[in-house]
Design a protein. Structure first.
Length: 257
């Protein structure tokens, strides 16, 4: 655990903030390169990247507010302050960024499916880097564990002195592998447009559902006493992705020469 990366007197940069910023930077570089390779208008794609950043930050924070509304009931300004580096649920960011990106692509206009395919690998890359920040900050920790690779966080982490699953590293490693797979799939010519994003939603849903099984921090209000809200969203992503993949494949087959 190393929550403070750099400190100069009262000023400091947290490891979590640095990791999130590095993740966004990596995603911007990756998508910018892919957009340029395809000859897209740079001004429009830069606007799209900025909107995705803002919508992702807002969506991730506001879903956290929704799931922990009691904590924000008397803090309306904190509930609105999506730019602060605290209180985030990634799935809210993904849904918010996706909705805004699709709306902008329709307005710009930009080819929606191709833009989504380009963005998908970069999202997995940013997640992989961002989860390292979670590990250094001691947030998003796992349930108690006696496995050889379990870790112990000092205060003020949620379970100081207790050996827990390093769930942050589980997700970081899994999303890095997902990035590599999606990047390779993006380069294939025999896939329908939009299927890279669909593949991301399917496999990340599986990853997130699995990691949630080992989480030990507050997961919000459990639904029907079985799954956390994030697990339900992950299941919906998997099912929606499976249906979308079948439709894209059928459409591609129907239009094949």
């Amino acid at each position: 655990m190393h929550p403070i990366l750099i400190q100069l007197g009262p000023l400091y940069i947290s490891s979590y903030t640095a990791a999130i910023a590095l993740g966004f930077l990596a995603a911007f570089v990756y998508t910018g390169r892919e957009f340029d390779r395809r000859g897209f208008d740079r001004a429009r794609t830069s606007q799209l990247q900025l909107l995705i950043l803002l919508a992702g930050m807002a969506g991730s924070h506001w879903l956290h507010v929704l799931l922990h509304w009691r904590e924000y009931a008397n803090q309306p300004l904190a509930a609105l302050a999506f730019w602060m580096p605290v209180g985030r649920v990634y799935l809210g960011g993904f849904l918010g960024a996706t909705a805004v990106a699709l709306a902008y692509c329709r307005y710009a206009p930009l080819p929606m499916a191709i833009c989504a395919d380009i963005a998908a690998p970069s999202v997995a890359l940013a997640q992989s880097i961002g989860r390292l920040g979670c590990f250094l900050a001691g947030c998003c920790y796992g349930a108690p564990s006696d496995l050889p690779w379990s870790v112990t966080f000092p205060p003020p982490a949620g379970q100081p002195g207790v050996a827990v699953h390093p769930t942050q590293l589980y997700e970081s490693a899994a999303t890095l592998l997902l990035f590599l797979g999606l990047h390779r799939y993006l380069g294939r010519k025999d896939r329908p447009d939009g299927d890279v994003l669909v593949a991301y939603a399917f496999f990340y849903g599986i990853i997130r559902f699995g990691v949630e099984l080992f989480r030990g921090d507050s997961r919000g209000t459990w639904v029907l006493g079985t799954f956390s809200p994030s697990q339900w969203i992950a299941l919906i992503l998997v099912l929606a992705a499976a249906v979308s993949h079948r439709r894209l494949a059928a459409r591609a087959q129907a239009t094949a020469p």
